[in-house]
Design a protein around this ligand. Structure first.
Ligand code: GLA
Length: 378
């Protein structure tokens, strides 16, 4: 087989050929935001953009990592020195995966890994989940560890929770590991039940634009944990295992029972958002895709006003899109910056793109369709 440029890059860094190459995508979330850690529903799909990993095993207990996107050369780590919080920079994500695999008892050893990526970093499009999932898939396949994809995603989530120290839910890793081309993934996080829902925009004369605002507000990190804790506090006060267990028709009574406005706002978002996911699925199943637009927009209002994770740049993009005839628009992902998604008819797409560029010149926009989940390339 002729070497690809990617394999040649591996050889250039490590002086030998890789044993294989893997790819894992970033994601956007169509609907279901901040619901995953409340045991609720989400509906992401994979982007065509991926992080690739070319890998060869080592038998000396050393992990060597190199990224085409970073200027820090080869990062060398000893497996017996891996410990939560101990690895700085981007390398903590693959280190976390290796550590978690070994903690779980899987016989995975050292490796040389070269990465490149087309997933915009810092855009809220799950570049770190793509990095983790590509690493986990490569290492498990090379070491013949048979992990179902959902298990692989849970392991990557654990890596991020326990090693990186970010209390994220399981949506991003599941999207990267489990999505399929042409579908959005309906995930019931409590049951870990998946359904691939056909999402063929072109067939309906529609387009979905991703708009990366290229801002990341500084308070993002701690805020996520506080939101999660607030949701858990509200559920506990209501005597529920999770906010997922509060039915939509019990919302008013629950809100009346909660002691403060913040907990009421968090609860209202989660309960109405879970409902929006179900409503979007019903519309997609009925072939009424354009009608999901208002649900996306309602999701944005809820994230902006109740959950309060939007920011002026995201609101600007959403407002500009809606004012120019978009069917719906919302922030996607954790918030405090990152990206928005915009649903438009093909005929309105150019005008909407122009309006967004005028409203936020720094924004990076691209139309997208659901891509494939993680896979072996070579
Ligand atoms: C981030 C987290 C996910 C999820 C979203 C919000 O992307 O990694 O687990 O909570 O925020 O929906």
């Amino acid at each position: 087989m002729t070497e690809t440029l990617f394999e040649i890059a591996f050889r250039h860094v490590f002086g030998r050929a890789p044993e294989g190459a893997w790819a894992a995508p970033g994601r956007v979330n169509l609907i279901g935001e901040h619901t995953d850690y409340n045991d609720g529903y989400v509906m992401p799909f994979a982007l065509p953009h991926t992080t690739r990993a070319a890998v060869a095993r080592r038998d000396d207990g050393i992990l060597r990592l190199h990224s085409a996107a970073m200027d820090d050369g080869v990062v060398e780590l000893r497996l017996d020195e891996l410990a939560p919080g101990a690895t700085p920079g981007w390398a903590r994500y693959p280190a976390a995966v290796l550590w978690t695999l070994r903690e779980a008892g899987h016989p995975v050893g050292g490796a040389d890994i070269h990465y490149d990526s087309t997933v915009p970093v810092g855009g809220g499009l799950s570049s770190s989940a793509a990095l983790q999932v590509a690493t986990a898939l490569a290492l498990t396949e090379l070491h013949e560890v048979d992990l179902p994809r959902q298990e692989l995603a849970l392991l990557c989530q654990r890596a991020e929770n326990d090693y990186v120290g970010a209390p994220v839910g399981v949506m991003d890793q599941t999207a990267s590991a489990c999505c399929t081309q042409g579908h959005a993934l309906h995930l019931d996080v409590r049951a870990l039940a998946q359904r691939q829902v056909p999402f063929d925009l072109a067939a309906e004369g529609l387009r979905l634009l991703v708009v990366d605002t290229r801002v990341k507000h500084a308070h993002a990190d701690g805020a996520y944990g506080r939101l999660r804790a607030g949701c858990e506090e509200a559920a506990a006060l209501l005597g529920l295992p999770a906010l997922r267990d509060l039915p939509h028709d019990g919302l008013d009574a629950a809100l009346a029972a909660l002691p403060d406005d913040r907990l009421r706002r968090l609860t209202r978002h989660v309960v109405t958002e879970n409902r929006r996911v179900q409503d979007v699925i019903a519309l997609l199943d009925a072939g009424r895709t354009p009608e999901i637009g208002p649900l996306l927009t309602a999701g944005h209002a809820s994230l902006r006003d109740d959950f309060r994770v939007s920011c002026p740049e995201l609101d600007l993009v959403v407002d500009a899109a809606l004012a120019t005839g978009a069917l719906g628009a919302r922030m996607t992902g954790g918030g405090f910056g990152g990206s928005a998604i915009v649903l438009v008819t093909e005929s309105a797409a150019d005008a909407v793109t122009t309006a967004i560029a005028a409203a936020l010149p720094q924004a990076r926009q691209f139309p997208t369709t659901p891509g494939a989940g993680a896979r072996r390339l070579r």
